[in-house]
Write a protein that binds this ligand. Structure first.
Ligand code: FAD
Ligand code: UDP
Length: 379
């Protein structure tokens, strides 16, 4: 009998497995329907020996010392500040839009105050900022919105930015200085030996067993367990009883090229042309040295594995109905990007899992045999 069955070996499931096993001495079975741990953060060496991210570029960044310290138990880090270029009007320009972006695209020589005035002349005031279009148009005006955001967002999400919650494009700021970093968080690093190694360290514990290529449907019939942590899609757990929650998918095309480098930075976005949204070149992220280079093209799609919850009011309404069911499901905890239908970064999922663990500690007494196991492990 397992104390816990955990569905999903991504950040949500793995953090909880590690905490429950090491801090409460409980026996945990982690299952995943994929043939590997790590969820969407999984990385691997490809046929040429280059470390790539199977599910697109994953860059770790957080402002939380607590989350950074927690993950530092399982990895050393490589400092890395992410920079992105967008191909616009045939040029490569930095995004987030900043002073250099505007000066380069429009052949100007503005300073920060000049750029603030330039934006102010073009920005379209909005009484209320509700949508992903409002966020950008009200900050930089329609021209830059159309160049950088309209095409990319429509391609990525399959709907016009005016149909998406403001939180989507608000992830990308606008700056009047020359800071071209994609993130400004206090901690910006890549795991020194990759994410999969981090997950291996997290899940290597005598109280944790991992079963891959195992679907929840199969495990729930065949495994005896007391409590459940579920990090798959919440609508699937409830058999789509209120209908399907939309998740956006991607198709990844991985390639190794017989040249040292393809592009000047790790990620180049394509807001105006191409069926893919962006190309990622991994050696920039990992610091790996290799004569060849490996890249990934991301093609957005409605069908395929669920990767992104789609932030729109009507979807949140549907999610809230499922959440209500989830709250009354005894001995089950829903955690992670798919189970709580939130467009969360890795650090936010780790934070959510750690706070779920604290809630479990308050609400669920450790059973006596587990307490004995914790004492034995400590001795
Ligand atoms: P997941 O990693 O999705 O793990 C859930 C696991 O559950 C999966 O492995 C799945 O196979 C398994 N599962 C689902 N249903 C079942 C079932 N019925 N039975 C068995 N197993 C099941 N975050 C960042 O911080 N920085 C980034 O740069 C970044 N880039 C991203 C790029 C892309 C293309 C994507 C898609 C996401 C990115 N993220 C990034 C977000 C990051 O991937 C997530 O925040 C994080 O991986 C979510 O962890 P999770 O455990 O909630 O979900
Ligand atoms: N976005 C855009 N153009 C860009 C970069 C981002 O329109 O060049 C929009 C797009 O809608 C995207 C969102 O901003 O989905 C958030 O971007 P982010 O880079 O955070 O996306 P993620 O890495 O999560 O896919």
């Amino acid at each position: 009998m397992f104390d816990w069955l955990i569905v999903g070996a991504g950040f949500a499931g793995s953090v909880l497995a590690e905490r429950l096993a090491s801090q409460r001495g409980e026996r945990v079975l982690v299952i995943d329907k994929r043939p590997h741990i790590g969820g969407n953060a999984y990385d691997r060496y490809d046929d040429s020996g280059i470390l790539i991210h199977q599910y697109g570029p994953h860059i770790f960044h957080t402002n939380s010392e607590q989350i950074f310290d927690y993950l530092s138990r399982f990895t050393h880090w490589r400092p890395y500040e992410h920079r992105v270029l967008a191909e616009v009007d045939g040029m490569l320009a930095p995004i987030p839009i900043n002073l250099d972006t505007v000066n380069k695209l429009f052949k100007l020589d503005l300073d920060s105050d000049g750029l603030a005035a330039w934006f102010a002349e073009r920005a379209e005031p909005r009484a209320e900022i509700r949508t992903s279009e409002d966020v950008v148009v009200s900050a930089v005006g329609r021209d830059l919105y159309e160049k950088f955001f309209k095409g990319y967002t429509t391609k990525q999400w399959g709907v016009d930015p005016s149909q998406l919650d403001k939180s989507v494009t608000a992830r990308v700021p606008t700056r009047t200085n020359r800071d071209d970093r994609y993130f400004t968080d206090a901690y910006q690093y890549m795991p020194e030996h990759g994410y999969t190694r981090l997950f291996e360290r997290m899940l290597t514990h005598p109280n944790i067993k991992v079963m891959l290529q195992t679907d929840f449907e199969e495990a729930r019939q065949e495994v005896a367990y007391r409590r459940l942590i579920y990090s798959g899609p919440i609508d699937e757990y409830f058999n789509f009883c209120y209908g399907k929650l939309p998740y956006r998918s991607l198709h990844f095309r991985h390639e190794t090229l017989d040249r040292k480098w393809l592009q000047p930075v790790a990620v180049v976005n394509y807001p105006q042309t191409q069926a893919y949204t962006r190309i990622t070149e991994y050696k920039h992220l990992t610091g790996q040295r290799h004569e060849k280079t490996s890249v990934t093209y991301e093609y957005p799609s409605d069908v395929g594995d669920p990767y992104y919850p789609v932030p729109r009011a009507e979807n949140m309404e549907l999610y809230k109905k499922y959440e209500k069911l989830a709250l009354s499901e005894p001995d089950v905890w829903f955690v992670g990007r798919l189970a709580t239908y939130r467009y969360y970064n890795m650090d936010q999922v780790v934070g959510q899992a750690l706070s779920t663990f604290r809630r479990i500690c308050q609400d669920v007494p450790v059973d006596r045999s587990a307490r004995v196991r914790t004492q034995v492990a400590a001795e």
